[in-house]
Design a protein around this ligand. Structure first.
Ligand code: HEC
Ligand code: HEC
Length: 230
C-alpha cells in the first residue's frame, strides 16, 4: 500500500476530530432513526428486556412494555418522556436492588446510537398491540426478522446485510439442518472461522420457541440451498 504524502498524513487526525464534532453537533438537529434503533435494541437490550415490537424476550431486566404501558395509558408519559427515561437509565442505571446479577451496565449505547434506541423505545414500549413488522416469506422468515438475525447476518432471502457474523448465503449451503440448528441454539459450540466467540447471543434456545426454531432452520436451509443449486 502506498504511503500518503506527509501533509495529508498530518491532516488525518484533524479531519477525524472535525467529523466527530460534526456528528455530536448534529445530534440535536437530525431526526433519530427509529428503524436503526430497533436493530440496536435487539442486539444490545433485547437479551435482557422483553419488548413486543422488537420480538425480544430477555428476562434479566423488567419487561419494558409493562414498565411503560400504565404510564402511557394514564397520559402522563408520551414518547418524548419515555425517550428521556431511557436515556437517563442507559447513562446512569439505577442500582439494581443490591443484586449484582440484576444490574444494568452503564453506557451500553452512546451518542447517535443512544438517540436512536431511545426514540425507538419511546415510540413502541407499552403501545397496545405493538408487534414486529410482518415480513413475507413464511413463518421462518418472520422468526428471522423478529429475532434480529439480519442485524448481524447477510441473507439475500431476507434482504438483510449484517456483517458482524458470517454471510449465511455463503456458509450454509452444504450444512445439515442439525448443524444449522446447533449454530443457533449453541453458538459457542463451534466458532465460525475468522469470527469472534461470544458475539452471537446464546439465549435463542430460551427465547425462541422450539417450533419456531424448526421453522427458522427450515427457512435458512431452503433459502440458502436454492441459491447454491443455481
Ligand atoms: C445485562 C442486562 C441488561 C441489558 C443488556 C440492558 N438492561 Fe435495561 N435493565 C436491566 C435491569 C436488571 C434493570 C432493572 C434494574 C436497574 O434499574 O438497574 C433495567 C432497567 C431498565 C429500564 C428501566 C425500566 C423501569 O422499570 O423503569 C429501562 C428503560 C431500560 N432498562 C432500558 C434498556 C435499554 C434501552 C437497553 C439497551 C441499550 C438495556 N436496558 C439493556 C438489565 C439490562
Ligand atoms: C449480535 C450478532 C449476531 C446475532 C444477532 C445473530 N448472530 Fe449468528 N453469528 C454471529 C457471529 C459473530 C457468528 C460467528 C461466530 C460463531 O460461530 O458463533 C455467528 C454464527 C452463526 C451461524 C453459524 C455460521 C457458520 O459459519 O456455520 C449461524 C447459522 C447463525 N449465526 C445464525 C443466526 C440466526 C438464525 C440468528 C437469529 C436467530 C443469529 N445468527 C443472530 C453473530 C450474530
Amino acid at each position: 500500500m502506498q504511503k500518503l504524502p506527509k501533509p495529508i498524513r498530518l491532516l488525518a487526525p484533524l479531519v477525524a476530530l472535525l467529523a466527530a464534532a460534526a456528528a455530536i453537533s448534529g445530534c440535536g438537529t437530525t431526526n433519530p432513526d427509529v428503524a436503526r434503533g430497533r436493530v440496536l435494541f435487539e442486539q444490545k437490550c433485547g437479551t435482557c428486556h422483553v419488548m413486543a415490537q422488537a420480538g425480544t424476550s430477555g428476562t434479566t431486566g423488567p419487561n419494558l412494555d409493562e414498565a411503560f404501558a400504565a404510564a402511557r395509558e394514564a397520559g402522563g408519559f408520551d414518547a418524548a418522556t419515555i425517550e428521556g427515561v431511557v436515556k437517563a437509565q442507559v447513562d446512569n442505571p439505577r442500582p439494581g436492588n443490591g443484586n449484582p446479577m440484576a444490574t444494568m451496565p452503564a453506557h451500553i449505547v452512546e451518542g447517535t446510537d443512544l438517540d436512536d434506541v431511545a426514540a425507538y423505545v419511546g415510540k413502541y414500549a407499552g403501545v397496545p398491540g405493538a408487534a414486529p413488522p410482518e415480513v413475507e416469506g413464511g413463518p421462518g422468515a418472520q422468526v428471522f426478522a423478529n429475532n434480529g438475525c439480519g442485524s448481524c447476518h447477510t441473507l439475500a432471502a431476507a434482504k438483510s446485510g449484517g456483517t458482524t457474523g458470517p454471510d449465511l448465503d455463503e456458509v450454509l449451503p452444504g450444512q445439515s439442518d442439525a448443524e444449522i440448528e446447533e449454530s443457533i441454539v449453541n453458538p459457542n459450540a463451534k466458532i465460525a472461522k475468522g469470527y469472534p466467540a461470544n458475539v452471537m447471543p446464546e439465549t435463542f434456545k430460551e427465547t425462541i420457541a422450539p417450533e419456531e426454531i424448526k421453522q427458522l432452520v427450515e427457512y435458512l436451509s431452503e433459502s440458502t440451498s436454492k441459491k447454491s443449486g443455481g
